[in-house]
Design a protein. Structure first.
Ligand code: GTQ
Ligand code: FE2
Length: 363
């Protein structure tokens, strides 16, 4: 015979004991796996960051207002306005690992020297007149150029023109923060180098296709090339599409030309933690759907495209920025053609052997 009363009592006793166990776990600074495993070890990545688009025509006027109202100088260091992913409320992060910001430097303004462990690049959507001085080497910034500021390199920016200049900054700030790896040091308050050479010393030494100076036998972690010029990037993409037209293999997929900016000493990514690429879609081209572990940010350099992010369509044009979280399916198409700059955290994932990708529509 079942004694209902005593069973209920036993249940209550057990419940109370269990409650006490969880309370004691908590007090002792412990957390049992069985209460958290689902979220901790998902069947596939579950990023908090969401797919998101920042239209250039909203960003640019806001940056210009900051130019009027907010001085650039010691302390704040840069008039950089970060993309803040709505899935990461309170954080100035485009994705879990990537910082993307629009930096605005007014006529004749100077952003003072500093250095930090975070790796950085600048991509120039438009304009010219700013030189960024990287470890004492002045590097001109012009439309379509990609400039590198590897971690711990001193850098300052100065605008020699009577017009403001705006560009995209990309850094691994969130990754450094997550890894508790950040170091920062202020440089001199005054501009250290006012010269404005057409070509930096780094380019004069390294920017000759396929030619390595024999004075530099040792490979370097980051690229020794401070700038990748638009004329070269453009020519490479043009040649890929022409070769394909002539029936030779040169494209990622039909109508899709692409290059990666690499370290000429190794052929690997130009920066240890950031992958940098330029993509060109020929008129009428459409890409396959692709997703990968790790996140990316795209900026449309020219033209217009339709981007499908996790099944949602976004129309984007020149200057527009988009964030693609880890494992989010992406496909692009462009009726009239478009050039798109892309950066991602892929080198970090590859270094840790956590990289995976999938091509084709997710089942
Ligand atoms: O230009 O040195 O967007 O240090 C964020 C941090 C730019 C820069 C950013 C920086 C910089
Ligand atoms: Fe910096």
């Amino acid at each position: 015979m079942v004694d209902l009363d005593s069973e209920a009592a036993a249940g209550t006793v057990q419940d109370r004991a269990l409650q006490q166990l969880y309370t004691d776990f908590d007090t002792a600074g412990l957390k049992p796996l069985w209460t958290v495993r689902d979220g901790l070890m998902p069947v596939a990545p579950t990023p908090r960051a969401v797919p998101h688009v920042w239209p250039w025509d909203r960003l640019l006027p806001l940056a210009a207002r900051a130019g009027d109202l907010v001085p650039v100088g010691r302390g704040g260091e840069r008039r950089a306005i970060a993309l803040a992913n709505p899935g990461l409320p309170g954080d100035p992060f485009a994705t879990a690992t990537l910082w993307a910001a629009v930096q605005y430097l007014g006529p004749r303004e100077v952003a003072p020297a500093h250095r930090h462990s975070q790796n950085a690049f600048r991509f120039v959507l438009d304009g010219e007149g700013v030189w960024t001085v990287v470890d004492g080497d002045p590097v001109a910034m012009r439309r379509g150029d990609l400039l590198l500021t590897p971690g711990w390199a001193w850098h300052e920016h100065h605008n020699t023109a009577d017009t403001a200049m705006v560009w995209l900054d990309g850094l691994d700030i969130p990754l450094n923060a997550q890894l508790d790896a950040g170091f920062f040091e202020f440089g001199p308050d005054q501009l250290t180098d006012t010269s404005t050479p057409a070509a930096s010393r780094g380019e004069r030494l390294w920017a000759h296709p396929g030619l390595r100076p024999l004075s530099a036998e040792a490979d370097t972690v980051h690229s020794p090339l401070p700038a990748y010029r638009w004329t070269h990037t453009d020519a490479a993409l043009t040649a890929q599409l022409e070769l394909a037209d002539e029936g030779h293999p040169a494209l990622v997929e039909p109508g899709h030309a692409a290059v990666r900016f690499v370290n000429p000493t190794t052929g690997r990514d130009a920066l240890a933690t950031l992958r940098l690429e330029m993509h060109r879609l020929a008129a009428g081209a459409a890409t396959a759907t692709r997703r990968e572990v790790g996140s990316s940010v795209w900026q449309v350099f020219s033209g217009q495209a339709t981007v499908l992010l996790d099944g949602r369509e976004h129309q984007v044009g020149t200057g527009d920025l988009l964030a693609v979280p880890s494992w989010c399916p992406v496909s692009l198409r462009s009726p009239d053609g478009a050039d798109l700059f892309r950066f991602s955290d892929a080198p970090s994932y590859q270094a840790l052997h956590l990289d995976r990708h999938q091509v084709g529509d997710p089942a």
